[in-house]
Design a protein around this ligand. Structure first.
Ligand SMILES: Cc1cc2nc3c(=O)[nH]c(=O)nc-3n(C[C@H](O)[C@H](O)[C@H](O)COP(=O)(O)OP(=O)(O)OC[C@H]3O[C@@H](n4cnc5c(N)ncnc54)[C@H](O)[C@@H]3O)c2cc1C
Ligand SMILES: NC(=O)c1ccc[n+]([C@@H]2O[C@H](COP(=O)([O-])OP(=O)(O)OC[C@H]3O[C@@H](n4cnc5c(N)ncnc54)[C@H](O)[C@@H]3O)[C@@H](O)[C@H]2O)c1
Length: 479
């Protein structure tokens, strides 16, 4: 049955992940009537199969790794983690895969929700296939924001569809630890899931295609994570991948590696990157190619479509695949849509309210492994590739009094990348237990373009891990 209700709104948002929700919130706050279309759960990947469940699995594992090295805790931590309790906590943190709470919030914010699969059908027009197989046509007066996110990208492996392999969805929602888990890919998902499941009782084998883990970060980050994962019992293989795999009738997986090795496993996780959810959203009706990432300018407007009415926000534009960066873009896109609807001129220039800059120049991210890796801005290799004149300052965090108070076996390293011409920090990486909350200080230094001389007056308290800032300044002064 087709019901062509042709609802007209100021703004249509396709996808109610964290990013779509924030776009809708901002356009509603700007006085624009807004409908949000969602085909699965309101809250998106982050709430149910990514950030929330993964961090719920990791927190007990990381706390245990820290506590094992705090005097007095040893005897209390003799046994393994209570896996059932951890998984029950994960279920609660994923709202038991129900979105009632977020639907309530959408209503309270004054946003209309339409469940179904949304597709562009021309300029400012969207058609929604509802769960009852009805089709609802929507028209936007001002803007359509595509916030459809990303999905796991799988390698081109013959017979992969018969393997019942895990993606990040199964890895974050599994109801029991697999006995033997092979993970392909040593990016953020690969190392976090290796840490979680090894800590929850699985025997993990992690396959890294290159020479190290976390290849886009400072090399010492991956080295420390590899060392601790190995100490925890994981098997890490470098310079290899899977070339063939088969699920046997008894459920066991037989896996052939590029280096000729063979593995058997109970589950196989492909943590091999992300692809945009743009295959079936009607991109061809507006002159774009289905399945492509959507390229935008710094106002989050899709550059290849004339008329300034189509926006792409969050993972789907590939600018920075993090919830916090997508939500930053959402606040800016909402402000841009509001300003254009009112006929106002957009504020221009770096750090202006209508310009996304931090999602390119100052992207903070924390990898929740043992040790934690917190980084923002450029790595030394990024700076070299860009041909920027930089100075690199390193410090061994194991020397800090605060680090010894935190954990007796503390190992860690910090690096600042300083722009020689501007004399400001343009990149920072901290690798060590408990560094996650240190990251915002570096983000403020980069975005605020704080001159390095001024940082001498930002005195960190003794004995905290934040004293790494002082030690980095002293190292630079003395080198
Ligand atoms: C395992 C894992 C762990 C992660 N951990 C973190 C973390 O700790 N911190 C962090 O910042 N980031 C983390 N991320 C990244 C984070 O999950 C994403 O950056 C974030 O979810 C992107 O939000 P989004 O709204 O753009 O997309 P999504 O969260 O993917 O939401 C898109 C929504 O659009 C809907 N949709 C898609 N197509 C249609 C359509 N045609 N019609 C209607 N609805 C549609 C989907 O159902 C979904 O609800 C993690 C990712 C993974 C895979
Ligand atoms: N804590 C966090 O904030 C967090 C956690 C998880 C994910 N994320 C976000 O999600 C994004 C996606 O993470 P991801 O780990 O899926 O992607 P990724 O791009 O970070 O890593 C994928 C890795 O898989 C490797 N790979 C690709 N194909 C392969 C193959 N056939 N064999 C072996 N290795 C292969 C790549 O070389 C790469 O190192 C991240 O970029 C990050 O922004 C964030």
């Amino acid at each position: 049955m087709t019901t062509d209700t042709a609802g007209t709104y100021d703004v249509i948002v396709i996808g109610a992940g964290p990013v779509g929700e924030n776009v809708a919130d901002r356009t509603t706050a700007a006085g624009l009537s807004t409908v949000i279309v969602e085909s699965e759960l309101v809250g998106g990947e982050c709430s149910y199969w990514a950030c929330e469940p993964s961090k719920a699995l990791l927190r007990p594992v990381l706390l245990r790794a820290d506590a094992l090295h705090v005097p007095g805790f040893g005897p209390a931590l003799k046994g393994p983690l209570d896996t059932e309790a951890v998984l029950a906590h994960r279920d609660r943190m994923s709202a038991d895969w129900k979105d009632d709470g977020q639907v309530e919030w959408i209503k309270s914010a004054g946003i209309d929700l339409l469940r179904g699969h949304g597709r562009l059908v021309g300029q400012r027009e969207v058609s929604v296939e509802t769960p009852d197989s009805d089709t609802v046509r929507l028209r936007a007066r001002h803007a359509v924001a595509v916030c459809t996110g990303s999905r796991a990208a799988l390698p081109d492996l013959p017979g992969i569809e018969n393997l019942r392999a895990w993606t990040s969805r199964e890895a974050t929602s599994a109801q029991r630890p697999p006995g033997r888990l092979v993970i392909v890919g040593a990016g953020v998902v690969g190392v976090e899931m290796a840490t979680a499941w090894q800590g929850l009782g699985s025997r993990v084998t992690l396959l890294a295609r290159g020479e190290g883990l976390l290849p886009r970060m400072e090399p010492f980050a991956g080295e420390l994570v590899a060392e601790h994962l190995r100490e925890a019992g994981a098997d890490i293989r470098f310079n290899t991948s899977v070339v063939a795999a088969e699920r046997l009738p008894d459920g066991e997986l037989r896996i052939t590696l590029a280096d000729g090795g063979e593995l058997t496993a109970d589950e196989l996780l492909f943590a091999t990157g992300r692809a945009p959810r743009s295959q079936d959203i009607g991109l061809d009706t507006v002159g774009l190619i289905p399945g492509d990432w959507l390229t935008t300018d710094d106002t989050l407007t899709v550059t290849a479509v004339p008329g300034d009415w189509l926006y792409a926000v969050g993972d789907v534009n590939r600018r920075a695949l993090f919830t916090h960066q997508g939500k930053y873009q959402a606040r800016i896109a909402g402000a841009v849509i509001g300003a254009r609807a009112r006929g106002e001129t957009l504020g221009s220039g770096r750090w202006a309210p209508h310009t996304a800059a931090a999602d390119i120049e100052a992207v903070p991210g924390v990898v929740f492994t043992d040790p934690e890796i917190a980084s923002v801005g450029l790595t030394a290799a990024d700076a070299e590739r860009d041909g920027r004149a930089v100075e690199v300052v390193d410090y061994d965090m194991g020397q800090l009094a605060g680090a010894h108070q935190y954990r007796s076996d503390y190992q860690g390293r910090a690096r600042l990348v300083i722009d020689r011409n501007r004399n400001t920090v343009v990149g920072a990486t901290f690798a060590g237990p408990g560094v996650a909350e240190l990251l915002q200080s570096a983000t403020v230094a980069i975005v605020g373009e704080v001159p390095v001389e001024r940082l001498w007056h930002a005195v960190p308290a003794f004995p905290t891990i934040s004293e790494v800032w002082l030690r980095l300044l002293e190292t630079r002064r003395d080198q």
